[in-house]
Design a protein around this ligand. Structure first.
Ligand SMILES: [Zn+2]
Length: 335
């Protein structure tokens, strides 16, 4: 063997060794990824570790429990900032979120009942009771023998709760004050919820177990008050034994883009728009949870109700009230 061929053999040997070392390093890194932050105690691999978890380390310098919670929040804000882009839900961070959501399907993410051929409509009225509109709504519901669900507000006309409840409708908890400061902290939220629960209990003698978050679970108005609070609340209310309900059919009765503005004031959404919105949005869905409002200004909602009920009946729906065990209607949490 001459010196030239010896040199090339040596180079080949070194190359093979290098490839082997690189391969082992890759295997090591993969193993580290699986263990995630738990491998910080291994001094020999600290360079790999910091590179891998630098984003998490930069968001948290405290103990491991705060590291987990703050990274969860950060992930949710990442997701929300990219809105509905599904590609951001593939990282290991989101798996830690979903794994903690076990109480019901789709807590924190969009989930609606799959079609099964059985058509059920859940009519829901938020923000009431209000003397005039609620009275009209109750009359129509009685006339058509339809039961609905009222997500009530503590500052409204609570004296009507008896009448609603005794007519066989369900009472759900919306908010005691309906002020956005309920989203400043989880303590604030539950103080408001519990105050409303007490009021409902005083009036009708039952503890309501169903909730509708002001703005829905997908609201982004809470982000200004407390980053990540909805991600926490959707889980916490379920842990407390509540079921929360969003909607998959919007009547658009509170949608200002459908309102005419006269002298700086919005007029109610036209009755025909409400009927059309509901019947069109129901297409293709066997289970519908319909969002409507029964505050004093929503006169056209009450006026639209007969056509809504007739239209949905013609489409094959029957009507039920929401209970804790009703199908899940969850929008995607965005804060
Ligand atoms: Zn509301």
């Amino acid at each position: 063997m001459n010196s030239k061929s010896m040199t090339s053999t040596l180079i080949a040997c070194i190359a093979v060794c290098l490839v082997a070392i690189i391969a082992m390093t890759v295997v090591l890194i993969n193993g580290m990824n699986k263990n995630d932050t738990s491998s910080v105690d291994s001094s020999g691999t600290s360079t790999i570790d910091t590179a891998d978890t630098s984003s998490q380390n930069s968001t948290s310098s405290q103990d491991s429990s705060s590291l987990i919670s703050s990274s969860d929040i950060e992930t949710s804000s990442n997701v929300s900032s990219k809105e509905s882009s599904s590609s951001v839900t593939s990282s290991k961070n989101t798996s830690s979120i979903t794994s903690s959501f076990t109480a019901s399907p789709g807590v924190g993410s969009a989930y609606y009942p799959p079609n099964d051929g059985d058509k059920v409509a859940y009519l829901t009225f938020d923000d009431g009771p209000s003397t005039k509109v609620t009275t009209k709504v109750l009359e129509t519901l009685e006339k058509y023998n339809v039961k609905a669900t009222f997500f009530v507000v503590g500052t409204s006309n609570m004296n009507m709760l008896d009448e609603i409840y005794n007519a066989g409708h369900a009472i759900g908890l919306h908010s005691n004050t309906h002020e956005w400061n309920i989203y400043e902290s989880t303590d604030n939220y539950f103080a408001d919820l519990n105050a409303l629960s007490d009021k409902v209990y005083e009036k009708v003698g039952v503890r309501s177990q169903i909730i509708r978050f002001p703005g829905g679970s997908s609201n982004t108005v809470s982000r200004k008050r407390c980053e990540g609070i909805m991600t926490k609340l959707v889980q916490m209310v379920e842990d407390e034994g509540y079921a929360y309900f969003d909607w998959n059919v919007d009547s658009n009765d509170a949608n200002t883009s459908y309102m005419e503005k006269v002298d700086g004031k919005y007029l109610p959404v036209p009755k025909s728009t409400i009927v059309k919105s509901i019947l069109n949005n129901a297409q293709g869905k066997d289970k519908i949870c319909v969002l409507m409002h029964d505050i004093g200004a929503k006169t056209t909602t009450a006026e639209a109700l007969p056509e809504v009920i007739e239209g949905l009946r013609n489409m094959g729906y029957r009507f039920e009230v929401l209970t804790k065990d009703s199908p899940v209607f969850h929008q995607k949490v965005q804060n």
